[in-house]
Ligand binder design. Structure first.
Ligand code: PRX
Length: 646
C-alpha cells in the first residue's frame, strides 16, 4: 500500500464541475433522495416520452426486481447523434487512427448520423426487427460503433464478441442468444498482422443455424468467401440504402445490448443492459469522472469488444457530444511511442487505459514517452485491474509530467460504468486506490459470513442498493442472474471482488475472490480454460489458477493431468497451449503448463485450489494444512516439478 496522497490541485478544485463539497452534497442526496437525484440526472438525455417512475428496485428474494425510469421512452442513437446535429453537426464524433500509422478518419456527427441511418435500414431490409439479436465480430474501426448505433436505432439488441475470440467461442456466443444477423469485417489488423475475422465466422456459422445474414465490412481487402444469399458487402449495401430512418421509441427497460463475460463457473454469461438506466449512467459517469468539457479530445484506449469500449469509447462520449478517439492498433507497435505520438497528433486532453498497457510501456524506458510533447493532456484514467503504485507513479510523473490527476475507476461488465472512482476536482488521490463511490453507489465490506465490517477493514465487496447502470439479467437465465449475484450475501449485490477500506473511507480493490482471473485487464474464468484443456484427447484433468505476472497483472497457470500412458513432452506442452488458443482465443493462452500426475484433492474429491494458487505464486512456505488431502504426497511432487517461470 502506497502512503502517498496527491491533494486535489488548486486549479482543479476551483474549475472542475464537482469539487469536494459538491461531491459530498450530491452523494448524500443520491442516497437520501434517489428519485429526486436521478430524475434530475436523467434530464441529460432526450426522452421521447417522459418517465414518471424512477427507482423501482429490490435485491430481496421476495420482491426481486430492477427497474429504472420504466415508463419513459427514448432512443439511444437519437441521444448519441440526432440531438447533437443542430449545434454540433460538424464536430468530429469519431477520430479514428488505423493500425499502421497513417491517415486518420474524421467522422462528424452529421456523417455518423447519416451512415448509422443507412446501416439501420440495411439491417431492416435484411430481416432484423426490434428485439432481434445482432452479433458484432469486428475490429476497432468506426463501422463497429456505427453497427452498435444502428442496432439501437431500430431496437435490435447487439452482442459484441471481441475480435480476439476464436471461432468456437464466437459460435457459443451466437448460439446462446440466437442472433439472426452478424456484422463482421474481412480481416482485422493488429500490429500489421491480419486476423481472419470472416474466416473465423464462416467456421463458427457451421454451428449457428439461427444466422440468416452476414454483413461484411471490407477492411483489408484480404480474400474471403462470400456465401450467396447469406453474405453481403457493407459498402455495396450502403450505396443503395436510404439515410432516412426514424429512431424507434424504446422503453427504458427494453434490452440495449448483451455482452458475454466470464464467471467462476461454466459458460460465459450474457450480461444484459437496458436502455434508459444504462445511458444515464454512461453519460453521467463520463461527464463527471473525466470532467468532460465540450471541445475536449477524449481517448479511451479500450476495444469495443469489452464493456469499457461500449461505455467509454461509444455510448458515454457520444451521448455527451464528445470527440472520441478510436484506435485500431496496439500500444507498442511500430514502437512503444505510439500512444504518446497519437496524443500529440490529435491533441488528446483525456486519456484512459488499462494498467497492463502502462506496465508494458513502462518497461521500455521513459525515452519513448519523454521524446513526445503530451502537453495537451489534462487528465489520465485507469481501468480494468488494480494499478500497482509503481505504474501509477510512472503514469503520473512521466506520462502526465506530474500535472494530470489520475482517475482509477473500479467497475465491471455488470455495473455498466464506473462505480468507485475519484472525481478530479473533488477527491485526493492515493496510488492504487479507486477511492470513493460515485453517486448512488453504496459499497459495503462484509466477511465471508456476511457480517458487515465497519471502519478501516478488509472484506468482500458488496453493493447494497441498485444504481441505474446495473445489469438487469443474464440473457435467457434470470435465475442464474439472481443466484450468481444476490444469494452469496442475501439482499446485496456481490461483486466477486475483495477490497480494503482505509481510515479515510477510501476503497482499495484487492482483486477477485472467486475463480475468475484478470489477465491483462481481461476477465477469464478458470473453469473455461479448464474445460478447453480437458477437451483435448490426451488430457484427463486440469486445474487452472492465476499467478502474479509483472505485465499482465495475472497470468494463467494450468496444472494438467494426462491420460494414462501418455508421456509428457515439450511438444505436448506447446500443443496444449495452441489448443487453448484455438478453443478460446489468444488471451486465454496459458503462461505456464505444469504436468501433474495428480492434483491435490480432499477425500471427497474436491480440488484444493488454495494449494495450487500458492504453488503457482511460488509461495510454498505457507501452504497451510495439507493433512485433509486424500494424498498429501501429490503436493511434494507438484513443488518438485514446478517449471521455470517465463
Ligand atoms: O476485479 C475487478 C477488476 O475487473 C473486474 C471486472 O472485469 P470486467 O467485467 O471485464 O470489466 C473490466 C472493465 C471495467 C472487477 O471485478 N477491475 C476493474 N477495474 C478495476 C479492477 N480492479 C481494481 N481496480 C480497478 N480500477
Amino acid at each position: 500500500m502506497s502512503q502517498a496522497i496527491h491533494r486535489v490541485p488548486a486549479e482543479w478544485a476551483t474549475s472542475a464541475k464537482i469539487d469536494a463539497a459538491g461531491y459530498a452534497e450530491r452523494y448524500e442526496r443520491s442516497i437520501s433522495d434517489p428519485d429526486g437525484f436521478w430524475a434530475e440526472e436523467a434530464k441529460r438525455l432526450d426522452w421521447i416520452e417522459p418517465f414518471a417512475r424512477v427507482k423501482e428496485t429490490s435485491f430481496a428474494e421476495a420482491d426481486f426486481g430492477i427497474k429504472w425510469f420504466a415508463d419513459g421512452k427514448l432512443n439511444v442513437s437519437a441521444n448519441c447523434l440526432d440531438r447533437h446535429l443542430a449545434e454540433r453537426g460538424d464536430t468530429v464524433a469519431i477520430l479514428w487512427e488505423p493500425d499502421t500509422p497513417g491517415e486518420a478518419r474524421r467522422i462528424t456527427y452529421r456523417d455518423l448520423h447519416a451512415e448509422v441511418c443507412r446501416l439501420a435500414n440495411i439491417l431492416k431490409d435484411n430481416g432484423v426487427s426490434r428485439g432481434d439479436r445482432v452479433t458484432l465480430y469486428m475490429p476497432m474501426i468506426p463501422e463497429a460503433a456505427m453497427a452498435m448505433l444502428a442496432c439501437t436505432r431500430i431496437g435490435a439488441i447487439h452482442s459484441i464478441v471481441f475480435g480476439g475470440f476464436s471461432a468456437d467461442a464466437l459460435a457459443g456466443r451466437i448460439q446462446d442468444c440466437d442472433s439472426t444477423l452478424v456484422i463482421t469485417a474481412d480481416e482485422g489488423l493488429r500490429s500489421g498482422k491480419a486476423i481472419p475475422l470472416k474466416g473465423n465466422l464462416d467456421e463458427a456459422l457451421k454451428r449457428c443455424p439461427s444466422v440468416q445474414k452476414v454483413v461484411v465490412v471490407r477492411r483489408t481487402g484480404g480474400a474471403v468467401t462470400m456465401q450467396e444469399g447469406r453474405d453481403l458487402w457493407y459498402h455495396e449495401a450502403l450505396e443503395t440504402a436510404s439515410a432516412d430512418c426514424a429512431p424507434e421509441a424504446m422503453g427504458a427497460e427494453d434490452p440495449l445490448f448483451i455482452l458475454y463475460t466470464s464467471g467462476s463457473t461454466g459458460q460465459p454469461k450474457g450480461v444484459l443492459h437496458t436502455t434508459g438506466g444504462y445511458l444515464v449512467w454512461a453519460s453521467m459517469t463520463h461527464d463527471y469522472v473525466f470532467d468532460y468539457r465540450p471541445g475536449d479530445i477524449y481517448w479511451c484506449a479500450a476495444d469495443v469488444g469489452w464493456v469499457t469500449g461500449h461505455t467509454y469509447v461509444v455510448y458515454g462520449p457520444l451521448a455527451n457530444g464528445a470527440t472520441t478517439v478510436m484506435f485500431e492498433g496496439v500500444p507498442n507497435w511500430p514502437d512503444p511511442s505510439r500512444f504518446w505520438e497519437l496524443v500529440d497528433k490529435f491533441g488528446v486532453n483525456i486519456f484512459y487505459a488499462a494498467p497492463t498497457a502502462l506496465r508494458a510501456l513502462m518497461r521500455e524506458g521513459d525515452d519513448y514517452v519523454t521524446r513526445t510533447d503530451r502537453s495537451s493532456l489534462r487528465l489520465l484514467g485507469s481501468v480494468g485491474e488494480p494499478i500497482n503504485p509503481e505504474a501509477w507513479d510512472w503514469y503520473h510523473r512521466v506520462v502526465g509530467d506530474g500535472r494530470c490527476p489520475i482517475v482509477d475507476t473500479w467497475w465491471q461488465t455488470e455495473t455498466g460504468g464506473a462505480m468507485i472512482s475519484p472525481l478530479p476536482g473533488a477527491t485526493d488521490l492515493k496510488p492504487g486506490s479507486a477511492t470513493k463511490p460515485l453517486f448512488g453507489v453504496q459499497p459495503q465490506l462484509v466477511d465471508t459470513e456476511g457480517k458487515v465490517l465497519d471502519g478501516a477493514t478488509e472484506g468482500c465487496l458488496v453493493i447494497t442498493d441498485s444504481w441505474p447502470g446495473q445489469m438487469r439479467t443474464v440473457w435467457g437465465d434470470h435465475d442464474r442472474f439472481f443466484q450468481t449475484y444476490f444469494t452469496t450475501f442475501p439482499g446485496k449485490y456481490f461483486t466477486g471482488d475483495g477490497a480494503r477500506r482505509d481510515a479515510d473511507g477510501d476503497y482499495w480493490i484487492t482483486g477477485r475472490i472467486d475463480d475468475v482471473i484478470n489477465v491483462s485487464g481481461h476477465r477469464m474464468g478458470t473453469a473455461e480454460v479448464e474445460s478447453a484443456l480437458v477437451a483435448h484427447a490426451k488430457v484427463a484433468e486440469a486445474a487452472v489458477v492465476g499467478m502474479p505476472h509483472p505485465v499482465k497483472g495475472q497470468g494463467i497457470y494450468a496444472y494438467v493431468t494426462l491420460n494414462a500412458n501418455v508421456p509428457d513432452s515439450e511438444e505436448l506442452r506447446k500443443e496444449l497451449s495452441q489448443w487453448v488458443r484455438r478453443e478460446i482465443g489468444p488471451i486465454a493462452t496459458p503462461d505456464v503448463i505444469q504436468f501433474a500426475p495428480g492434483l491435490p484433492k480432499t477425500r471427497s474429491g474436491k480440488i484444493m485450489r488454495r494449494i495450487l494458487r500458492k504453488i503457482a505464486e511460488g509461495d510454498i512456505g505457507s501452504l497451510g494444512d495439507t493433512s485433509t488431502l486424500a494424498d498429501p504426497a501429490v503436493v511434494d511432487n507438484l513443488i518438485e516439478n514446478r517449471p521455470m517461470m517465463p
